[in-house]
Design a protein around this ligand. Sequence first.
Ligand SMILES: [Zn+2]
Ligand SMILES: [Zn+2]
Length: 935
Amino acid sequence: MPRELPKSYEPGAIEARWAEYWVKEKLFSVRTPEDGDPRPVFTLLLPPPNVTGRLHMGHMLNQTQMDIIVRWHRMRGFVTLWLPGTDHAGIATQMMVERQLATEGKKRSELGREQFIQRVWCWKKQYGSAIQEQMKRLGASVDWDREYFTMDDNLSRAVREVFVRLHEEGLIYRGKYIVNWCPRCETAISDLEVKHEEIPGKLWEIRYPVIGAGEFITVATTRPETMLGDTAVAVNERDERYKHLHGKNALLPLMNREIPIITDELAQPEFGTGAVKVTPAHDPNDFEAGLRHNLPQIEVMDQHARMNENAGAYAGLDRYAARKRVLEDLREQGFLVGEKDYTIAIGKCDRCGTVVEPRLSTQWFVKIKPLAERAIEVAEKDYIRFTPANYLQVYLNWMRNIHDWTISRQLWWGHRIPAWHCECGEIIVAREAPSACSKCDGSKLTQDPDVLDTWFSSGLLPFTSLGWPEATRDLEVFYPTSLLITGFDILFFWVARMIMLGCWFMARPHKPGERLGEQSSAARTRASGPTPASSETLTVEELRDSVPFREVYIHALVRDAERQKMSKTKGNVLDPIQVIEKYGTDATRFTLAAMSSPGTDIAFNESRTEGYRAFANKIWNAARFMFMNVDRINPGLRPGRTGEGARPHTDIAGFQATTLEDRWILSRFNTVTKNVNESLAAYRFDESANSIYDFFWGEFCDWYIELIKPRLAPECEQNARTACGNLVAVFEASLRLLHPVMPFITDEIWHVIYDGKPPQKSLALAGYPQADERQIDNAAETQMAIVQDLIVSVRNLRAELKVETKEKVPVEVFVLELEIRSLIDENRNALERLANVQEVRFADSSLEKLSNVRHTARFDVRLDYEKKVDIAAERENARKELEKIEKELENIGRQLANEGFVTKAPALVVEKLRKRQEELLALRGKIRIKVDEMT
Ligand SMILES: [Zn+2]
Ligand SMILES: [Zn+2]
């Protein structure tokens, strides 16, 4: 491990080395704590990336935020488990392999199911671990020893267990329903997988002759090809126009089929002609109406959305070709009576963009209402807390309007449905393949060809990844997990389903002495009976510990610098790996953290990352300066040099505050530590990153190090040892503070501080700083602010007057308060050094009438510098300054006049504003006099 820092900061080399070390040393592998272990537990499930995945900016943001929270907990002494895995991603992976086959000129049907699945496993072996390698590069501190894949044997077993139990409870059923069908993917897809769009289209009016009435009834449609499957025309009972047609039949044009005219609410008198065609096999609303009236369901399309044999003369045509032909024929035969422009709503397959066709098919469904009820109750009770809080309402609205979940997919890659069909028509749902039919004892059984929706298995992960249905110690310790960090896009797909399934399978009545998991184990042995836990009615309090996670943090989107959504078609997609290669992982992580303000999308700007790369560089150089001094003054501080054991520096212990700058930096460190801990607890990643940044760079590097430099001089001896010790103590503690956001550079420097022999194997395992409020020293902070103000004023004056850098200039200071005068007197050395001042003199009277003066509320300072003075320019400067002051005063006045603000803002903020207002008023007085004098 490093004992010296290289001269220049090269993130690439350092980061690769640490990433490998952390994994090789298994630093983040968690041993399940024994009974009686007093340490608190923190569990976080990684939203499993698709096995086909490549890291994108959304992942990078997600994983940065997770890693910050995880490292922060681990450093605070929690038993911290971050559980990784990958999802088999049914449809996405199948498409990937199909595409690969296509390049070889093959189709999956030519391979057959078994061979195709083999092929997918090969693909997975070869390409499926890209995202894990990328995660390692990010420094994600997950427990790789517990990594799972959603198709692992034990997880597949758990999936079958859940399916069978739900089936036994009557919550899984099979039926013919209208589903969203993708003709390209040849599978049913759930409502969530359909992207809705509005496009310009047409509305066609077609008239059907009414048999024996000598008149027509006119219907309208946007999909005329479906008329071939019409089995009724509906009118509304109340509609006077059609009263005389009730009970009559119409003749379906082109097909010459007699269909009844029925009365149903499907037809609304206000819309169009008030009469509608009814196509039960090709429209979800017509399907329902069909059931109400016992209408036949005639399918006229096949799985490729081509017309089938029921479509008569149109059989074999693609749906759009058929549409054209149907319209031509209708027109020719005089049935087409209208054609209007019309905006139509279409659904597209989320995966492939093909227009979805509503299709009648036999699918497996989960009866979702009983599960949703519990999931609503626990959220309403705040057993799961949402951040930002508004997502609770979004979640509840969706849950209250939820539809049954289509869980079967007509794919080959996935968890095959554990149901077997017998020749006699019986369907047997079982955990393992049955040897004989339970009804006819026949042995010719075939397994259902469908697989389960990918989200079915990922919805179970919070408990199956911990060993369910076994009653494991892991479940007892790590469930419910503490937190879930994820994006809004999978709130319904995944988050809601985890809550429903968790509250179903992990719920149990609390009986004295009962331990978590026993119930599920008992239920497993009674495999044939209904699951006792879920069939019992539980009070909401009893559901408290069944939730899959206590908190959900929903992160924002990462957009490009112009706030545009990143998309392949726009060509504005940023590859995080490229950004990392350019600026380092630490700087990239820092950018995402610093820009993560809650509820706001991130406009990712590389110039920010460049800035944070400079921040890392600044820390690096400060460290090199520190080591140079330590090695000269007190090599014993680096224990390896003298053979001593590592000296712990935890929480800035060993710091000796002897001077104003010491008291000040100690106070600032504690204030910042307090802010950082508080903001992390509230998922304010931006606040925590920004306050560390301001402290480390703005206060520690730019001021503290500059201020103590004279004390490090060789002639100071004892003084130098103290100053050197202080420097190391603050630096070490600041590295701890920064570690969760920038884990690489901090571990590197930290190891060098301990000369390669640190007390822990990594900074990741060291303690996190906690604020000691007794060390917050307001007096020191106020005094230091005055000294800084004075130094900055002189620097600014020098800049304005364009004084040569090397020229030392005397200054004159006027102060009213004796206290401030002695403060400045005591710190004259700092002023002389940091503002290049030759000599500090105190004036007896105010300096308003003179030039080269800077006024502040507490002092006036004048640069004693002879130079042709341009009165006009100076007057102009004073005017400008006055303007600036007026503007700021106006702003503060407005804020303070706002009652809402004054009551809601933290008292400290209001107090600060009042103080600033006072200062500005005093300052304005002074400058007004000056302007007066000059005119
Ligand atoms: Zn598709
Ligand atoms: Zn049978």
